[in-house]
Each structure stands twice: as structure tokens, then as C-alpha cells.
Design a protein. Sequence first.
Length: 202
Amino acid sequence: MHHNDRVTIDVEHSDGYDDSPSDPERRPLLLSLVGLVVGLLLGIGIGYLVWGTVTDHPVSGRVGITDDGGQTADELVQQGLTLHNAGDTAGAAAKYTAALEIDPNNSVALYNLGVIAHFSGDLATARSRYEQAIEVDPQFVSALYNLGLVLRDLGDTDAAIDRLEQAIEIAPDNKAALENLGNLLIAQGQNQRGQELLDRAA
């Protein structure tokens, strides 16, 4: 990952965006007050990954889907988040995986497994998990954004630009996405548009 990149986790899913930079060593779930206020105002919530604040709403109302112990997928995801925030990524991954056994389309579980892989440097797995989360929810800004960063780090600049463009279409004020897309475009020789995006992010 690049110098300014950071990864956080999705609380229950995101329709919003994320824009508060920090270092990768920070704890996985860092929700800015601004992002939280925006999420509450929009009635959506919190969820995010590299470079910013996200918003989220419960992934679904699939409360009737339970495991043998009577736990729902969303309950397992919440347990995973608690472990994730405590630094127990192995325990968190086990909870997210258990949630997917109940509900294979739980985009938050998919996304957060991507975050764990991203943090560990397993970009191939991170890419796969983010793509799965986006397949379930094409409006998942955090997953689009993080996938863009993974693709950038894998050397697929065109695909990275495409994903960041999608994130900005959904969240036009996402400063992190604007900044990263601007830098990528400038590196590709598209100086004018790249600088315009950087100016918007400033």
C-alpha cells in the first residue's frame, strides 16, 4: 500500500463514503465524526476502507436466517467487528466466514474479509472479496474505493481509474477518491482533469 493508504472496516454496510486519512497501523474501524453525522443525516450509516469515512445501513433484514445456535448473519458480523476492533483479525475472520455460511450475500462480511486480506498484503484475496461485495451491492462506495486502490497496487491502472470513477459518481465529495483518482490521472498524462480533481479534494 502507498504512504497515505489506510484500511478500515465496514460496520454494517455503506452507501456513503470515506475520507479521513490515517496510517495502516491504526485500528481497523476509524469512523470520523463528520462521516457519522453525514450518515445519520442521510439515514444510511457507516462503512469504509482506505482513506476516509463511510456510511452504512444494515446489510439486509435477513434476521430470519440463522445458524444452528440461532445467530443471524448480521449478529455474527457484529461479533466479528468487535473482535476486529480489538485487533483479533483471526477471530474476526472466523465470524465473518460463519456469517457467509448463513448468508453468502452478506456484503459487509465479504468487504471486511477483503479489508483483513488488504491489511495482510494479500491483494489477490482482497480484490476477490471486494469484487464479491460490489456484485452484491454495486453502490458499495467503500468497496469500490478500496478495490481501486488494490488494482492500482496490482499495476492495473486503467481498472483502478474505472473503479475510482464509479466511487466518485456515487459519492462526488469523497476527498480520498478524488485525490487518488487525480494522482492516477496525472501519472497517466491527463494533467488537466487530474488537477481539477485534486483541486476539488483540497
